[in-house]
Design a protein around this ligand. Structure first.
Ligand code: MN
Length: 491
């Protein structure tokens, strides 16, 4: 598909305006500030975004950090660009606002609403924010270590899952691996080496498999591309945590990707691969017939070769592949083209089903703007279906599974905090350790030096992280003959 070329004169003008506005400002790297908006511009261009989004990307820091006003932007570049810049600004001030409020109550919920509204207005706001975060991460080494860790952690908790929810696979991997390197540098290097060694030792057998599959597919006259897929360091880290660090339980360390012309060929290719190798029981996943929630489509199958090598195959069409890597950005682009075509024909086109949540979010945002009441709990914003986000009094975002309790939160902050909990304030009010946390809560943990971990706390946690920390402490503190009751932990 040929892209409508963005108007370069308008974009060049935006660059000039941004250069002038940021004149005399410098980044922590020592470079002139304009380097950052220009990098964001480049990322948005690579993602194939439209002209207004690119211009808003160039101007995204001007309203907050320079003398330029929203009015100026509206005059120079029109309503739509101003709208996007305003959204990005709101998104960051909504979060900064969290840090300033001293009276928690109504302000909290309002700030959360502001965040959601800013997101809901136009999904392109979020895409600009993601491009902004990506460049900030790429240049994170210039910041002091404590800031590095904080930004990297927030990216792992909020922005990488968001990229996943939008099915922007390439972005998710880059955000996650860049962040993980700062959050846990030693583990990062260790796993990176592990992946390299494993891949190296699998190289030969993989080559043989590639040749066999190529020959078989050619024989059936299927047009295809075959390539290796390397697992990202962070996703390996997460898998290992799930499988008790047993690397042999991770079957998709090496995967081969078969990209074919159409859906029929996907199933034909699957049949051919299964006739060559033995499929592993329960390891065939048909995400073509049943796409993932984010719209991801592919067939996955893990097979065992004659030489007892375990390999995962991922089979998909070109479109599916494009969507798996670029996700929302890709479909945004295709839909924009479709929208224009259909508009000319007098047809109204809706977003594909997997992106309907965006429409829902936009409708809710519109209602809120009109001052109508909306029950947020009824909203199916499935950005993070099984997660909630709560805040520390300083405004740091902590993600927890739904149903998490104050002790889960405390142990997530630090085990030193977890061990000494005497109480909790939720949204500024005294609460108790049995109270389940809710989306947007501001949670303040009260501690005392004299407090020690209690066995009864095992009933008041649901995360395996907090559970293992607590068990660890109890073992240290209790006499060896003390029996710790077994409790089920929810995942
Ligand atoms: Mn920025």
């Amino acid at each position: 598909m040929v892209q409508k070329k963005p108007d370069s004169a308008r974009i060049e003008h935006a660059v000039e305006v941004a250069k002038k506005a940021h004149e005399g400002q410098f980044r922590k790297t020592g470079e002139p500030y304009i380097v950052h908006p220009l990098a964001v511009k480049k990322i948005l261009e690579e993602w194939g975004m439209d002209e207004d989004t690119i211009i808003a990307g160039i101007l995204h820091d001007t309203v907050e950090d320079t003398d330029l006003t929203l009015e100026d932007i509206k005059k120079e570049f029109g309503e739509s660009v101003a709208f996007l810049v305003d959204g990005v600004t709101k998104l960051s001030t909504a979060r900064n606002g969290m840090r300033d409020i001293d009276t928690y109550l109504p302000a909290t919920k309002d700030n959360f609403l502001r965040l959601m509204i800013a997101l809901g207005d136009d999904i392109r706001v979020l895409i600009i924010k993601l491009a902004d975060r990506l460049h900030n991460l790429r240049t994170l080494s210039a910041l002091p270590p404590d800031k590095q860790k904080k930004i990297a952690k927030e990216t792992l908790e909020v922005f990488a899952p968001l990229a996943d929810r939008l099915n922007m696979g390439l972005l998710r991997v880059e955000l996650a691996d860049l962040s993980f390197k700062y959050v846990d540098p030693r583990r990062f290097e260790e796993l990176k080496k592990l992946i390299e060694t494993r891949n190296k030792s699998a190289e030969k057998s993989l080559k043989k498999i590639e040749e066999e599959v190529t020959a078989a597919l050619k024989k059936e006259k299927i047009k295809f591309q075959l390539s290796g897929r390397v697992k990202s360091v962070y996703s390996l880290h997460k898998k290992l945590a799930k499988y008790d660090q047993n690397i042999n339980a991770v079957y998709d360390l090496t995967a081969l990707r078969v990209i074919v012309e159409d859906v029929t060929d996907c199933y034909l290719a699957l049949g051919i691969i299964h006739s060559l190798y033995t499929p592993m029981n329960g390891r065939i996943k048909d995400y073509i017939a049943m796409p993932k929630q984010n719209g991801y489509q592919s067939i996955h199958t893990t097979v065992i070769t004659k030489d007892k090598h375990v390999v995962e195959f991922q089979i998909r069409t070109k479109e599916m592949h494009e969507y798996a890597e670029r996700g929302l950005a890709a479909s945004f682009y295709y839909n924009e083209q479709k929208l224009t075509e259909n508009y000319k024909k007098g047809k109204i086109e809706h977003l594909p089903t997997n992106l309907l949540w965006i429409t829902e979010l936009q409708m809710t945002a519109a209602k809120l703007r009109e001052g109508k009441k909306v029950d947020l709990k009824k909203l199916k914003i499935n950005l993070f279906a099984d997660k909630i986000f709560v805040y520390t009094p300083k405004g740091d975002i902590i993600d927890l599974p739904k149903g998490a309790l104050p002790l889960d939160f405390a142990y997530r902050l630090h085990s030193e905090i977890g061990d000494h909990v005497v109480g909790v304030k939720i949204n500024g009010k005294m609460s108790n350790l049995n109270k389940r946390l809710e989306q947007g809560d501001i949670v303040e943990i009260l501690t005392s030096k004299n407090q020690t971990p209690k066995t009864s706390w095992l009933d008041r946690i649901i995360t395996s992280h907090a559970r293992s920390k607590l068990l660890h402490r109890l073992n240290l503190i209790n006499r060896p003959d003390d029996v710790i009751p077994k409790h089920k932990t929810k995942k």
